[in-house]
Design a protein around this ligand. Structure first.
Ligand code: OSB
Ligand code: MG
Length: 369
């Protein structure tokens, strides 16, 4: 049981330590919307993973902020809830906008778990004390730069290397990496850049022992992925096109993928993420936890979710120090030999660094019932 007495909306901005190039563009900084829900002296915090422009999925930061201010927060402020599912139900008649909804749901989970004095992972039914992690590496200028950056991360102990690819830059970096590192667990992510007409090109990747090819086809497609899965040997991993447990059921029933990249916010929060996890498990399909270049707040939520048993492949939740000179939280989130320790405190187990946050925030608003 927790009461939502007040809410705080913050938008922070952090420079990324690396240039992150994907098939949809280049990113050098991160705009980070945060929602804090407060009640009875405790607070729950969540991070939005939508971006300024709708490139990964359709949601945007400006759209989410407006929805939160005008529609979602008025629905929940001043109310008492038994659990986060009741918060979800309070927003149940609204369509789509899962990342915006997830901000409310995840902050509610954090507040709920802190009220109970338990880590979120434990309440979800997870028990791992550390989780296996890999890295997602952006498109590099050439093969040599690709092999160099892969080497640096292999040496740091990361348990899987994922290379971003796009048409015209796919077989080349994969071939160079596989020749230099015959035994590493290697994957690629196309972020929807191909069509079925490219299946000949994608079939060439079968020669390099990839664990999976992530989201080769359209962001909202399942049917063409199922056809592509019949044409090539490498398993497909769905990211963009699974927005719910129902999507996961349909995707896996169609044979559109053999692996799911599970991102909490993309599916609308932790409760729905657990349902996606369970659906995949019932199909015998492993999941792994994706990332959206989150600050420590979103990263800690990802780590908590990853304690569930069907997270059987390394996630994208790599060390915070890869991304930022200074994170928005007080605790370090650092992997050692490819294992990320799960914070053991209540809720996410992490706390905002308010002093630093104030120096990098461009919006801060308070709402009461
Ligand atoms: O497709 O997984 C993706 C980042 C932003 C948007 C989409 C994706 C990604 C990543 C980065 O791959 C994962 C991370 O390091 O957080
Ligand atoms: Mg992806």
């Amino acid at each position: 049981m927790f009461k939502i007495e007040a809410a705080e909306l913050i938008v922070a901005r952090l420079p990324l330590k690396f240039r992150f190039e994907t098939s949809f563009g280049v990113q050098t900084e991160k705009v980070i919307p945060l929602l804090v829900l407060r009640g009875e002296g405790l607070e729950g915090v969540a991070e939005g993973t939508m971006e300024r422009a709708p490139m990964y999925r359709e949601e945007t930061i400006s759209g989410a902020l407006d929805l939160l201010r005008q529609v979602f927060l008025p629905r929940i402020l001043g109310r008492t809830f038994a659990n986060p599912e009741e918060v979800n139900a309070a927003l149940g008649d609204f369509r789509g906008n899962r990342m915006a909804r997830a901000m409310v749901e995840m902050a509610a989970w954090d507040l709920h778990a802190r009220t109970l004095g338990q880590p979120i992972g434990t309440l979800l039914g997870g028990f791992k004390r550390d989780i296996e992690v890999g890295v997602s590496l952006g498109i590099q200028p050439d093969e040599q730069a690709t092999v160099d950056i892969v080497r640096r991360h292999v040496e740091q102990g990361y348990r899987r290397i994922k290379l971003k690819i796009k048409p015209g830059w796919d077989v080349q970096p994969v071939r160079a990496t596989r020749e230099a590192f015959p035994d590493i667990r290697l994957t690629v992510d196309a972020n929807s850049a191909y069509t079925l007409a490219d299946s000949g090109r994608l079939r060439r990747l079968d020669d390099y022992d990839l664990t999976y090819i992530e989201q080769p086809l359209a962001w909202d497609d399942l049917v063409d992925h199922a056809e592509l899965a019949r044409r090539i040997q490498t398993p497909l991993c769905l990211d963009e096109s699974v927005a719910s447990a129902q999507d996961a059921r349909k995707a896996l029933a169609l044979g559109a993928g053999g692996v799911v990249n599970l991102k909490v916010a993309r599916v609308g929060g932790l409760s729905e993420a657990r349902r996606v996890h369970d659906v995949a498990q019932s199909f015998g399909v492993p999941v792994w936890c994706g990332g959206m270049l989150e600050s420590g707040i979103g990263r800690a939520h990802n780590i908590q979710l990853s304690t569930l048993p069907n997270f059987k492949l390394p996630g994208d939740t790599s060390s915070a120090s890869r991304y930022w000179d200074k994170d928005l939280i007080q605790e370090p989130l650092e992997a050692v030999d490819g294992l990320m320790p799960v914070p053991q405190g209540a809720g996410t187990g992490v706390t905002l660094d308010r002093e630093f946050l104030a120096t990098v925030s461009e919006v801060r608003e308070e709402y009461r019932a």
